[in-house]
Design a protein around this ligand. Structure first.
Ligand SMILES: NC(=O)c1ccc[n+]([C@@H]2O[C@H](COP(=O)([O-])OP(=O)(O)OC[C@H]3O[C@@H](n4cnc5c(N)ncnc54)[C@H](O)[C@@H]3O)[C@@H](O)[C@H]2O)c1
Length: 443
């Protein structure tokens, strides 16, 4: 086991770099923050000072601790100021060449030949970056989530060249910062962004096939699935242009894996200049305050059915889609029928009327998430525990995909995928070998 460093360097004082430097000083490390843009550096320093003071006001730490943490921060206008660091975390713009050049420059600056260089990249393979450094064995991926001070997760991604020691140093640093660390294989999206993809890709397909509108899909995910935000709200928040680039990079890195292909809807939104919140319009409009209507209040039904099987019995023959654990909404295929709505309302459920489609909206999204996690396990991308922790802590999912698979039954997920396959015959709906095995009850 290696120890966390005493002296930490952070390169790039933007959104992520400032947050990571704040974690460093709070964990007791002397932290040197560098940004070549003077305004960006001073803004980063100010944001850390402000957050430290705010945390003290809210009782997250004492004023003394905030003052001591602030003392540990040094702003460095020159990269050479980072010479004595044992670990440098890079949070510069997401461009391969820029990062590789930075790693070459850092190799010339760092005095300790064993100093570790970590990259906070979200999408560039670490193996492609490591070659930029003089000692590729000292390079590791260290992927924080936004906002870094609050999100409890760090993905550790060894490059093909990384030494065990470099991996141990970054893991110890993540832990010293109070994070749950997960170990991810280098590849498209590492664990979290890879296993989280079906939330967006299936939502886009459901919209494309007109099974439901984007508002409906979001409401179903929130009220039936327990997600804090629906996929379209999230795509608007992240930026539809950013999401489209990510989708293209997955396709490029995987040489065309059909599950990860971008959707033409994304291309159309980008062409129209509808990027989401930042441009005032995406799937929703942000020009007049609230972008969506509030969800209906959960209805009063003290002794409602406990699971999908009990609900099926209670409504005796009415067709609907739902996934365990039941939320306060069910999907019903077909035209609106007030009698059906009343029946479900008596049991405490809001009805969303959707198109007829195997597994329904939530079922298809959840089946996609479970299947992707099974592919990831089979390919050694991460352990089951790390995948579940990754999606819960990194993406705020209500539960990890494998926990969801256990709850619904892997055989039921397999059956959903088969139903989708029967209708579409698309390779993207093929079940992962691991899912097939678990559905059969072996392995
Ligand atoms: N924002 C997120 O949600 C998020 C989450 C996880 C990972 N990341 C990754 O973190 C990295 C930084 O993202 P961000 O959102 O903080 O970006 P940002 O634009 O907020 O900050 C980037 C900073 O890098 C500085 N910079 C420019 N050129 C530089 C150079 N040559 N050397 C050093 N610094 C330079 C800029 O002045 C800026 O302050 C990217 O690789 C990104 O993919 C971002």
């Amino acid at each position: 086991m290696a120890d966390a460093p005493q002296r930490l360097g952070v390169v790039g004082a933007g959104t992520m770099g400032a947050g990571i430097a704040q974690l460093g000083v709070l964990a007791g490390m002397d932290t040197l923050l560098h940004d070549p843009v003077p305004d960006a550096l001073s803004r980063g320093g100010e944001s850390i000072a402000k957050n430290l003071a705010k945390g003290a006001e809210r009782g997250r730490w004492s004023t003394d601790d905030a003052d001591a943490a602030k003392e540990r921060l040094t702003l460095c206008p020159e990269l050479a100021g980072l010479a004595s660091c044992e670990l440098v975390i890079e949070a510069a713009p997401e461009r391969t060449e820029l990062k590789r050049e930075l790693f070459a420059a850092l190799s010339g600056v760092l005095e300790d030949p064993a100093a570790v260089i970590a990259s906070n990249t979200s999408s560039i393979p670490i193996t492609a970056l490591a070659g930029g450094a003089e000692r590729p064995e000292n390079v590791v991926g260290m992927h924080f989530f936004n906002p870094a001070p609050l999100m409890k997760l760090v993905e550790i991604i060894p490059a093909a060249q990384s030494s065990e020691r470099a991996v141990a140093v970054t893991t110890a640093t993540g832990e010293a910062m109070g994070k749950r660390t997960i170990l991810a294989q280098d590849g498209p999206g590492f664990i979290v962004n890879r296993c989280g993809r079906p939330f967006y890709t299936e939502a886009l397909r459901l919209l494309q096939e007109r099974v439901a509108t984007h508002e409906q899909i979001d409401r179903i995910c929130r009220m039936a699935g327990g997600f804090r935000m629906g996929p379209f709200e999230l795509m608007d928040m992240v930026g539809i242009d950013v999401g489209f680039e990510v989708a293209k990079s997955f396709t490029e890195l995987s040489f065309g894996e059909p599950r990860w292909r971008p959707n033409p809807i994304q291309a159309r939104m980008v062409s129209a200049g509808w990027f989401g919140r930042k441009s005032g319009r995406g799937y929703y409009s942000y020009e007049n305050g609230q972008h969506r209507t509030a969800d209906p209040e959960p209805q009063d039904a003290p002794s409602g059915p406990a699971n999908v099987a009990e609900l099926r019995e209670a409504v005796d023959g009415i067709e609907f889609y739902a996934v365990d654990p039941l939320g306060s909404l069910v999907e019903v295929p077909g035209e609106r029928d007030p009698a059906v709505e009343a029946r479900f309302a008596d049991l405490g459920f809001h009805v969303e009327w959707v198109g007829r489609a195997p597994a329904g909206v939530l079922g298809r999204i959840v089946a996609g998430l479970v299947n992707e996690a099974c592919f990831a396990i089979g390919e050694g991308v991460g352990s089951a525990a790390d995948i579940d922790a990754g999606l819960e802590l990194g993406l705020n999912h209500p539960r990890g995909p494998l926990a969801w698979g256990e709850l619904i039954g892997f055989d039921a997920v397999f059956a959903m995928l088969n139903e989708i396959w029967q209708e579409r015959r698309e390779e993207r709906y093929r079940p992962a070998p691991e899912l097939v095995r678990w559905a059969r009850g072996d392995g």
